[in-house]
Design a protein around this ligand. Structure first.
Ligand code: NAP
Length: 517
C-alpha cells in the first residue's frame, strides 16, 4: 500500500558518518569530471560535435563536463520523437506512470549525496543547501506520483437522471521544460515529473549553467525504464534552441522557471499561433522576486535578525524567495541593523567542497559582474553596513562578500530590481502602515515575511501583503513540497503553486463525457 506523503528528512552533516559519506561522494563525482555528454533523444545518444562546457564557479578551471549542444535540427527531431512517444504514453495507466516517479525517488534517495555533491560543485551550493535541493527533488517525485493517482479517481459530479456522466483529466501533449540553474535538481525534477506523470512527453532544455545535474537526472529516469521519447534531453542556448522550441507549432505547453525577462518573452512568443498549430499553448511561468522581510516594533528582534540573514544570504541570495529587502520599523531600526550586521560578518565564504562553509561562489562570471555592479549602485544609494565587494584570493572563483546596504530609499534601484546575489537593502519605515506599503511597492509578488507580536498587524499582513507565499514570524525562504505550495503574483509569475494539490491540473485538460441511456 502506498503510504501517505512525508517530506524527505534533511541530512545532519555534523554527524561523522554523514560528513564522511558526503566527502566520499564529492571525491566520487570529481573523479568523473571532464567527460563529454550527448543529447538524449528518443532513447538514443546523439553527439553534435558542438559542445558547451560546464565549470565549477568556485574554481572555473575545473571542468565538470562538456555537453553537446542541440541545434534546430536536433530540437525538431526531439519534438518528433516526443510526439511519437506521446501516442503510447498517454494511454499508460496513471498508477503505472506514478511508479516511474516512485522508482526515481528511490534511486535518488540511494544516491542522495552524489547528487548533492554535483550540486555543490556545478553551481556552488553549500552542503546543507545542496542536500535541501536533492530532498525537494525526491519530494516532488513522491508528491506528484500520489497526486496523479488521486486525480485519476472518478471526479465528483451532480447526478442527472438517464445519463452517465464522467469528468476525467487527460494529458496535453508534448511539452517544453525550461528550468533555471538555482535549484538545478529540484525545479527541473518538479517540472519534468509533473509533466510526464500527467501523461505528457517532454523535452527538457536545461540551464546552460547546470547541464550535468540535468543529464544525471535524465539518466536516472532511463534507469527507471521510462519508455524512449517520453523525456528528451536537449541542452543548448536559450536564445536559439529555446526560442525555436517555444515557437514551434508542435509544442503544446511550456513549463518555465527563470527570470522575468525570459518568462515574458516565452509568454509572448508562445501566444502567437504558428501555421499548422492546433492549440493555444499553455504557459506555466514562474519568475523573479524582490522579497521583503518586515520587522514590526514589537517583534522578537533576535529571531527577526536570524531570519533576515538566513534568507538574504542562503545560497548567496540566489533564490527567487531570498530576502533582498529588510523593512524595519524606525523604533527598532538601529538595533535590528546592528544584529544583522554582526551576524552577516560571521558568515564564512568559501568553496563548497568543504563542510563548514555558509556561502559558496555565485553562479557564473556574468552573475558575479552583475552583482558587483549592483553593489556599486548600492554604495551610492545607501551606506555599506557589511561586505561591499568581492572576496579576494580564491582560485579565480566567483566569491562575493555578503553585503548589507543600510538607509536605502524604498524606490532606489537596489530596492526595486532583482539582484539575485548576496545583497540586502535595509529600509527604514516610519510606522507599520508605511512598512506594509513599502513591502508592496515592487512589480513582484513572490515571497514575504513579517516579524510581529501584534495580532492586528499579523491579520492585516495576511490580507494585504500581496505575495504568493507569506510567512509570519519566520524567514521567507525554505518552502517545502506539500506544506507550502509555491508560486508568485504579479511579475513573479503565473502562481502555479508548485508542490501543491492544484499543480498537476496545469499539465492536463478535463474531458467531460456524457452517455444517455
Ligand atoms: P533565466 O536566465 O531566465 O534562464 C532560465 C532558463 O531559461 C534557462 O534554462 C535558460 O537557458 C532559458 N532561456 C533563456 N532564454 C530563453 C529563451 N529565449 N527561450 C527559452 N528558454 C530560454 O533565469 P536563471 O538565471 O536561470 O534563473 C534565475 C531566475 O529564476 C531569477 O530571476 C529567479 O528569481 C528565477 N526563479 C524563480 C523561481 C520561482 O519559482 N518563481 C524559482 C527559481 C528561480 P540558458 O541557460 O541556456 O540561457
Amino acid at each position: 500500500m502506498l503510504t501517505e506523503f512525508r517530506n524527505e528528512p534533511f541530512t545532519d552533516f555534523h554527524k561523522k558518518e554523514n560528513e564522511d559519506a558526503m566527502k566520499a561522494a564529492i571525491e566520487k563525482v570529481r573523479a568523473c569530471f571532464g567527460k563529454s555528454y550527448p543529447l538524449l533523444i528518443g532513447g538514443k545518444e546523439i553527439s553534435t560535435g558542438d559542445e558547451m562546457i560546464s565549470t565549477n564557479p568556485g574554481n572555473p578551471k575545473e571542468v565538470i563536463g562538456k555537453f553537446s549542444k542541440a541545434s534546430v535540427k536536433e530540437a525538431d527531431l526531439a519534438l518528433e520523437e516526443a510526439s511519437k512517444a506521446f501516442a503510447k504514453w498517454r494511454l499508460v495507466a496513471p498508477h503505472e506512470r506514478a511508479r516511474f516517479l516512485f522508482k526515481a525517488a528511490a534511486i535518488m534517495r540511494a544516491r542522495k549525496h552524489e547528487l548533492s555533491a554535483l550540486i555543490c560543485l556545478e553551481i556552488g551550493k553549500n552542503w546543507a543547501e545542496a542536500d535541501g535541493d536533492t530532498a525537494e527533488a525526491i519530494d516532488f517525485c513522491e508528491f506528484y506520483g500520489r497526486e496523479m493517482i488521486r486525480l485519476s479517481q472518478p471526479q465528483p459530479l451532480t447526478a442527472y437522471s438517464g445519463e452517465e456522466n464522467e469528468l476525467s483529466y487527460i494529458p496535453l501533449g508534448v511539452g517544453l521544460v525550461v528550468p533555471p540553474w538555482n535549484f538545478p535538481l529540484a525545479i527541473l525534477v518538479g517540472m519534468v515529473t509533473a509533466s510526464i506523470v500527467s501523461g505528457n512527453t517532454v523535452l527538457v532544455k536545461p540551464s546552460s549553467e547546470t547541464p550535468m545535474i540535468a543529464y544525471t537526472f535524465c539518466k536516472i529516469m532511463e534507469e527507471c525504464g521510462l519508455p524512449p521519447g517520453v523525456l528528451n534531453f536537449v541542452p543548448g542556448p536559450g536564445s536559439s534552441v529555446g526560442d525555436h522550441l517555444v515557437g514551434h507549432p508542435k509544442t503544446r505547453f511550456i513549463a518555465f522557471t527563470g527570470s522575468k525577462e525570459v518568462g515574458l518573452r516565452i509568454n509572448e512568443l508562445a501566444a502567437k499561433a504558428q501555421p499548422g498549430q492546433l492549440w493555444i499553448k499553455r504557459v506555466v511561468a514562474e519568475m523573479g522576486g524582490k522579497d521583503s522581510i518586515v520587522v514590526d516594533k514589537d517583534a522578537d528582534l533576535e529571531s527577526a535578525a536570524d531570519g533576515i540573514v538566513a534568507a538574504a544570504f542562503g545560497f548567496q541570495g540566489q533564490k527567487c524567495s531570498a530576502c533582498s529587502r529588510a523593512i524595519i520599523h524606525q523604533d527598532v531600526y538601529d538595533e535590528v541593523l546592528k544584529r544583522v550586521k554582526e551576524k552577516t560578518e560571521k558568515l564564512k565564504v568559501g568553496p563548497c567542497d568543504q563542510r563548514d562553509v555558509n556561502m559558496g561562489p555565485v553562479a557564473s562570471k556574468s552573475a558575479y559582474e552583475s552583482i558587483l555592479e549592483y553593489i556599486e549602485v548600492g554604495k551610492k544609494e545607501g551606506k555599506v553596513a557589511a561586505g561591499g565587494g568581492p572576496v579576494e584570493g580564491n582560485n579565480g572563483g566567483f566569491f562575493i562578500m555578503p553585503t548589507v546596504i543600510a538607509d536605502v530609499d524604498p524606490m532606489a534601484r537596489i530596492s526595486q530590481e532583482e539582484i539575485f546575489g548576496p545583497v540586502l537593502a535595509v529600509i527604514k519605515a516610519k510606522d507599520w502602515t508605511n512598512a506594509l506599503d513599502i513591502a508592496n511597492n515592487t512589480e513582484f509578488g513572490l515571497t514575504g515575511a513579517v516579524y510581529s507580536k501584534n495580532r492586528e498587524h499579523i491579520e492585516q499582513a495576511r490580507r494585504d501583503f500581496h505575495v504568493g507565499n507569506l510567512y509570519l514570524n519566520r524567514k521567507c525562504t525554505g518552502a517545502l513540497v506539500g506544506v507550502h505550495p509555491f508560486g508568485g503574483f504579479n511579475m513573479s509569475g503565473t502562481d502555479s503553486k508548485a508542490g501543491g494539490k492544484d499543480y498537476l491540473l496545469l499539465f492536463m485538460q478535463g474531458k467531460s463525457v456524457s452517455e444517455k441511456f
